[in-house]
Design a protein around this ligand. Structure first.
Ligand SMILES: Nc1ncnc2c1ncn2[C@@H]1O[C@H](COP(=O)(O)OP(=O)(O)OP(=O)(O)O)[C@@H](O)[C@H]1O
Ligand SMILES: [Mg+2]
Length: 364
């Protein structure tokens, strides 16, 4: 017999979804404004701060998935309503007495790591991983002890860009020793599981994996890291939230291509960091001009400077412009980033200047 679809069952399902900012579930965070049920069609109205609407949109999707699993549900719709108040007061538990759930633990300073810099973008394929490895190498060339964490659980690419996915060693107490490539300490899902297995991971597994990659690794194998560069997957999803909730992130670097759409997406990433008080150090315009490998002439394929102009208009500092240069791609594919392969090139000088700006923001 089918169980009757009731508001309680819907609310119980919503109670299995974490509120991305409050750190407790959606019901406890008092984010469920209304639940309507009509002929198997469920409408859930969720309160969301307009500044956090991208983060809340992914929580709304998780709510839809949780409710859709209930028997008797034919259709689920969520609506986000503007909500500008401070942090939501948790609803009292059903038992009667009002009790605040414990606050989520604040992000910790990662042992053995002085600074964490996240490399992010709203859109895929704009060059975050390429930028992360070259930035890490350029910071290392400036004498810093550098690590790079590949936080892209579904599509790890850092091992390939640094020359191979060797299996890491483990300490006697089962902590992962980072793999050392070109002097950089690195770890990635790609070092731990075969690539095809990574793609089937679901949300909660991603959260666990990111926590493990951050906290289960002996980053200070070779002395305290001055900086851990974190290569994020695109968007504002589980990996990003887990990173910022687990470890203190000192700053974010955004990567954008000159096309408008990529910039709009990058400003979404900017809003996410602004919302959680992580300083955005600036934006890098990647693939800004095409450099012809034959004549070294430059062509503005996407309309050069679009990201730079719009970033400035939004008050985001521009850290540098990296051209679309086939050598950057070839070197990444070959596992030897261009900064190491051609340290005297114009492109390497650009990465070095960006690394200098980033290094000037680091804590010693
Ligand atoms: N400045 C550049 N010039 C030429 N090729 C580049 C440049 N930047 C990145 N690429 C190439 O573009 C492709 C995408 O880059 P990359 O993997 O770094 O992007 P991503 O933002 O990390 O992607 P994803 O969102 O999938 O993680 C790669 O083949 C890379 O070699
Ligand atoms: Mg990437």
């Amino acid at each position: 017999m089918l169980r009757k679809l009731t508001e309680k069952r819907v609310r119980d399902a919503l109670g299995t979804v974490m509120h991305p900012i409050a750190g407790v579930d959606m019901v406890a965070a008092n984010a469920v404004e209304h639940v309507g049920i009509k002929d198997g069609a469920v409408t859930v109205i969720l309160k969301a701060d307009p500044k956090a609407k991208d983060i809340m949109a992914s929580a709304a999707k998780a709510c839809e998935e949780a409710v859709a699993k209930l028997s008797g549900v034919k259709e689920v719709r969520t609506v986000l309503t503007a909500h500008r108040d401070g942090p939501a007061e948790p609803a009292p538990p059903k038992g009667g007495f009002a009790m605040k759930p414990p606050a989520p633990p604040p992000p910790e300073k990662l042992p053995g790591v002085r600074n964490i810099i996240a490399v992010a973008s709203g859109k895929g394929g704009v060059g975050k991983s390429t930028t992360s490895v070259n930035l890490a190498c350029a910071l290392s060339q400036q004498g810093l002890n550098v690590g790079i964490l590949d936080c892209d659980i579904y599509g790890p690419s850092v091992p390939r860009m640094l020359g191979g996915a060797d299996k890491p060693d483990f300490t006697p107490d089962d902590r992962i020793k980072p793999v050392i490539r070109h002097g950089i300490k690195t770890i990635s899902m790609g070092h731990l599981v075969p690539e095809e297995r990574a793609t089937i991971w679901r949300g909660p597994m991603v959260i666990g994996a990111v926590q493990q990659l951050l906290k289960g690794v002996t980053w200070d194998i070779d002395g305290t890291l001055d900086v851990l560069v974190v290569d994020l997957p695109p968007g504002t999803g589980d990996a990003q939230l887990t990173l910022v909730q687990t470890a203190q992130v000192n700053g974010a670097v955004l990567v954008s291509t000159p096309q408008d759409i990529a910039l709009i997406d990058a400003t979404k990433a900017y809003d996410m960091f602004a919302q959680i008080d992580i300083p955005v150090l600036g934006m890098i315009e990647n693939m800004s001009q095409f450099v012809c490998p034959h004549c070294q002439g430059t062509t503005d394929i996407f309309g050069h400077g679009g990201a730079v102009a719009a970033a400035k208009a939004k008050g985001i500092e521009v850290l540098g412009e990296i051209p679309l240069d086939p050598a950057i791609m070839q070197q990444a594919e070959a596992g030897l980033p261009i900064v190491l392969a051609a340290p005297d090139s114009d492109v390497s000088a650009r990465y070095a200047a960006i690394a200098k700006s980033v290094a000037s923001e680091l804590q010693s």
